[in-house]
Ligand binder design. Structure first.
Ligand SMILES: Nc1ncnc2c1ncn2[C@@H]1O[C@H](COP(=O)(O)OP(=O)(O)OP(=O)(O)O)[C@@H](O)[C@H]1O
Ligand SMILES: [Mg+2]
Length: 233
């Protein structure tokens, strides 16, 4: 197992306010690392540091030589006035022949969508196509910012399964942001809980038992339950 990226004491500040504080971790080949944390915790900011979109205020990041990264951003919008098919979207980054497109779409169980318009896909279909596009360049590191957003539970289970399958197929490392700890924990080898700084990390089993983790996520579950309850009243 070799190291793909290593973050060393990364701090990011916007307008002198620290959003990410002294974060260090590594992602190795064939390892799935899940980044969990509440809204505004700095997860997307950290992801952008990893892919080189944001320069950290302090700290260093090392990447394996010639590292290829496949990235799926947290949000993407398509202009309704400029319809684009799945096939065309798959070719935006790299020219792919029909056979290659079909093969990658089949991997994410979306070969039937090849001629559909991106604008018309369901939440689950869209996320599978975004995953397929990120996989099209055979990345050594797959970086996914909330790959299961807008997807129902069954679709989420499928997505996390597909991510694990992609890791096996391409022997790549995966860094993914997730809100659903139960589902993410099923496929992750390592979990990092972030709330500006790392407040716990380790194997899913170790982290689930960590009191700091339980306090944060139990509160979140309680809050969600109360909100749902109020909405039903
Ligand atoms: N370019 C920027 N300039 C100023 N503030 C920013 C910038 N980017 C992000 N922030 C702030 O940093 C904080 C963390 O944002 P970030 O998007 O990293 O959170 P997140 O953990 O991904 O949240 P979510 O779960 O909602 O996606 C937020 O308060 C956000 O407003
Ligand atoms: Mg985010």
């Amino acid at each position: 197992m070799s190291q793909l990226i290593s973050l060393n004491d990364i701090t990011v500040a916007f307008n002198h306010q620290k959003i990410v504080s002294n974060v260090s971790f590594v992602v190795n080949t064939e390892q799935i690392v899940a980044l969990l944390g509440p809204n505004g915790a700095g997860k997307s900011t950290l992801i952008k540091v990893v892919i080189g979109l944001i320069k950290p205020t302090a700290g260093t990041i090392s990447r394996a030589a010639d590292l290829t990264i496949g990235y799926v951003p947290q949000s993407i919008t398509f202009n309704a006035a400029l319809p684009i098919t799945v096939k065309r979207f798959m070719q935006l980054n790299r020219q792919l022949c029909d056979a290659e497109i079909k093969q990658i779409l089949a991997m994410v169980e979306a070969d039937n969508l090849i001629n559909d318009f991106m604008q018309q896909l369901s939440g689950g279909e869209l996320q599978r196509i975004l995953l397929a596009q990120a996989l099209a360049k055979h990345p050594q590191l797959l970086v996914l910012d909330e790959p299961a957003q807008g997807v129902d539970v069954k679709g989420q289970i499928l997505l996390y399964d597909l991510i694990a399958k992609a890791r096996d197929e391409f022997k790549c490392g995966v860094l993914m942001v997730s809100h659903d700890l139960d589902l993410a924990m099923g496929s992750a080898d390592n979990v990092i809980c972030l709330n500006h700084a790392i407040y716990c990390e380790g194997s899913p089993k170790t982290v689930a038992k960590n009191p700091a983790f339980m306090a944060l996520f139990n509160n979140l579950h309680k809050h969600l339950h109360q909100t749902n309850h109020k909405e039903q009243e």
